[in-house]
Write a new protein. Structure first.
Length: 361
């Protein structure tokens, strides 16, 4: 869901802002925002990681993520409520209403001036289109593939980001990071081989979603470096264009069926969909709070745990028939994904220490 991506992106972007001074998906925009939160938390609240409040935040955030993903898959697979784009559109609308209320009514954060917004309109538009289409396509892919397979494909995002950074910026990476990315790709290939939940359309939408997610992360990182462009502000400004970007997909794939007639038994599904939209916004807010009281790096570690929990729970709930080769591929993918984040976090910490000591990284 979009909110999910937003949280993750925001955290990753925060990480990138700290490194330059990367958020993976949408959240990067959410937390990356020159996120004072990530840096402050990492520096001054490190000791709060083991406090009951922080532990409760972690478990609640993971629980809500699993709940949202399982509920979506349940609507698609069990209830045959095949409207993944409409679900994302409703979640995006709720994100806009919630963030606008916090910013404009409760004055949660300063809002940039009209001139500042107009100076960033091109990047905002790119970010909005990328986050809208990436979340919409990701939800469509869940309709045609298993959650575990979808997550395995998403785990390749670091490899895509690494290739893009090398081609566009000439950035180089250490041998361990390159090796872990290679192992990650091997794991995904094994997870795909003869996987009963594999479909060409579902795989294609997941790949395109992953690429667009990278665009979203890069645009979010750029926005969050600008004055007053916090994660909450970017969420509010990006939501309306993102909603519009999903409208053609909705009209093409879902409206013809929805317009015919909504059977009575589907009214419960519609009610569940509205509830998930509200829960999704709460999930985003909890993710931002988690970064505030800990750090972007700690959030990345929790995100890795979330992925593992989600894959295990979805496999148990929906009894996905996976071959031993598929299970080995999933294990390799997520183990290398977690290792990649740990190695990357240590390298960034080393660079920051060198920089603070007056040495060029």
């Amino acid at each position: 869901m979009e909110s999910d991506k937003d949280v993750e992106l925001s955290m990753l972007v925060e990480e990138d802002a700290l490194e330059d001074a990367v958020d993976p998906t949408g959240a990067a925009h959410a937390d990356t925002a020159v996120t004072v939160d990530g840096e402050r938390a990492g520096a001054s609240q490190e000791g709060s990681i083991l406090k009951p409040y922080t532990i409760g935040l972690c478990f609640t955030w993971i629980f809500l993520n699993v709940l949202l993903s399982i509920t979506n898959k349940w609507l698609f697979r069990v209830e045959h409520f095949a409207y993944p784009v409409m679900i994302i559109m409703l979640g995006t609308l709720m994100t806009f209403i919630g963030s606008a209320t916090l910013l404009l009514v409760f004055k949660y954060e300063p809002v940039p001036s009209t001139e500042e917004i107009m100076r960033s309109w091109k990047v905002l538009l790119v970010n909005s289109l990328a986050v809208g289409l990436s979340t919409g396509l990701e939800n469509i892919s869940i309709l045609y593939t298993s959650i575990s397979l979808n997550q395995a494909i998403k785990a390749c995002l670091p490899a895509v980001a690494m290739a893009a950074a090398y081609l566009l910026e000439g950035r180089t990476y250490s041998a361990p990071l390159i090796g872990l990315n290679f192992v990650m790709i091997v794991g995904v290939v094994l997870a795909l081989l003869h996987n009963p939940s594999f479909s060409v359309f579902g795989f294609s939408t997941a790949v395109v979603s992953t690429v667009l997610n990278l665009v979203h992360v890069m645009a979010s990182a750029e926005l969050l470096r600008r004055p007053h462009m916090t994660s909450m502000v970017v969420m509010m400004l990006s939501a309306p264009p993102a909603l519009l970007s999903l409208f053609p997909l909705f009209m093409w794939l879902e409206y013809p069926t929805l317009a015919q007639r909504v059977p009575r038994h589907e009214m419960l599904d519609i009610l569940v969909m509205f509830c998930t939209a509200v829960v999704a916004f709460v999930y985003v807010l909890l993710g931002l709070e988690l970064v505030r009281v800990t750090s972007a790096v700690y959030f990345t570690i929790v995100s890795n745990l979330k992925v593992v929990v989600l894959v295990v729970v979805s496999t148990l709930v929906f009894v996905n028939a996976l071959s031993q080769l598929n299970m080995l591929g999933l294990f390799i993918t997520f183990l290398s994904f977690c290792s990649y984040n740990v190695v990357k976090a240590r390298e960034e910490e080393r660079q920051r220490r060198l920089a603070s000591a007056g040495f060029a990284p």
